[in-house]
Design a protein around this ligand. Structure first.
Ligand code: CTP
Length: 398
């Protein structure tokens, strides 16, 4: 899990029977290469020893702001709040939720939450009835409103012997959420992704289109947002759900896609994964064309090549990635396009191949670079293809 390598994490542990899971969470976080500092409430030590958490994290557990005999500065909560990339509080008890919701700062754990400049993820754990109590619900709502991230408690067996909502999610699930929230390498960067087919109108009911489903573009948008980029996804018609955190712009005809792309052409990274029609009817009819026995002749004209226009007007530090779908002589043709459209990278798909192309959940691509490099990827699910492409492209941009 590269997202957490070298990241600085604070883990807040409260006095809950679920505190034992904090030990496993510390181990997981360390294993993926994060630095971990544990902050515990005074009651947490009734459930798990600070020695255990200290040994596993490699740092002494901090509890009180003013510790007897400690030489640490009394402004340590401020220093830690600025140091951390993410602060996760797991398990968070009803008592601590109430304190956080009202800005109390009576321990290192709560005071640091006030000083934190990073995202704070709260993972509540308590008995079902406590979790469902209106006071707790109100506090959770308030916390969300204050900008805290809240992970829903899991359903299952509780310490009381009851079964219900209130369990602390498993450490693996918390780790995954932490990895999503930790600010990524693309924080502050803008990315523009296009996806899906275009629909060129023939008349009010008929269109010229293609078989693109948008999966590859949506996968790229997901991977980019996970790395912290501000992502705009300009998409042709598709049934795919919008990836969380992505700004989606729906378009239909290539002319609309052109306009939407140009409105976001200041992006740092552009991935032109849409299957844009090369031709559009010269004069779409405003009324429905009745069928005729002697057939129909459509006059088509070239659409604007959006990617070529971006290539001609590129910003200095912009990374421009195109896609090519070829049936034969792919590498040579894709390289020609890379040069002609002034791109940094082109992703070559082979159409007539099993496990690749339109409508397939998987893809096999070759990434060709402006520097002459070429990376052939094996057949993989499209989300994995997106991850690997992005890794390679970001490495190439360093
Ligand atoms: N593209 C575009 N605007 C168009 C057509 C294509 O931006 N009007 C983009 C696609 O999104 C893709 C790349 O250009 O990133 C594909 O290049 P293109 O030359 O259109 O490939 P093909 O359509 O496969 O071209 P040809 O039919 O000439 O092989």
């Amino acid at each position: 899990m590269k997202a957490l390598q070298g990241k600085r994490l604070l883990l807040g542990v409260c006095g809950s029977i679920a505190a034992y899971k904090a030990a496993a969470l510390v181990r997981l976080l360390r294993r993926v290469g994060s630095e971990v500092q544990v902050l515990a409430t005074p009651d947490a030590s009734r459930f798990i020893s600070p020695l255990t958490l200290g040994a596993l994290s490699g740092n002494r557990v901090l509890v009180e702001i003013f510790e007897e005999g400690s030489e640490e500065s009394w402004t340590q909560h401020i220093t830690l709040g600025h140091w951390a990339d993410l602060y996760v509080i797991a398990p968070a008890t009803a008592q601590t939720l109430a304190k956080l919701a009202h800005g109390f700062s009576d321990s290192m754990l709560t005071a640091t939450a006030l000083a934190a400049r990073c995202p704070v993820l709260i993972c509540p754990a308590m008995d079902h009835d406590m979790y469902m109590h209106p006071a707790v619900r109100a506090n959770l709502k308030r916390l969300k409103g204050l900008g805290y991230q809240v992970m829903q408690a899991a359903y299952g067996e509780l310490a009381s012997g009851l079964v219900g909502l209130g369990r602390l999610p498993e450490p693996e699930a918390i780790l995954e959420r932490v990895a999503e929230l930790v600010p990524g390498v693309l924080r502050g960067k803008k990315a523009l992704v296009t996806a899906g087919p275009t629909r060129e109108p023939i008349d009010p009911v008929r269109v010229l289109s293609n078989h693109s489903t948008g999966t590859m573009g949506f996968a790229l948008a997901t991977s980019l947002v996970r790395r912290g980029a501000h992502v705009t996804l300009v998409t042709g018609p598709t049934l795919l759900p919008t990836p969380a955190g992505v700004h989606r712009v729906d378009v239909a005809a290539s002319a609309e896609m052109h306009e939407a792309v140009m409105a976001h052409s200041d992006a740092d990274y552009v991935f032109m994964a849409a299957a844009v029609a090369d031709y559009t009817p010269v004069e779409p009819s405003t009324s429905k064309l009745a069928k005729r026995e002697d057939g129909l002749v459509l006059r088509l004209r070239r659409t604007t090549d959006i990617l070529a226009e971006l290539g001609q007007n590129r910003r200095p530090a912009q990374t421009l990635v195109g896609f090519a779908m070829e049936t034969e002589d792919g590498i040579a043709r894709a390289r020609q396009k890379l040069i002609a459209k002034n791109l940094d990278w082109i992703v070559l798909n082979h159409v007539n191949e099993d496990g690749a192309g339109f409508g397939s959940g998987t893809n096999r691509v070759i990434l060709l670079g402006r520097d002459g490099s070429s990376h052939a990827l094996p057949v993989m699910p499209k989300q994995e293809v997106a991850e690997v492409l992005l890794e390679r492209i970001l490495e190439g941009c360093e």
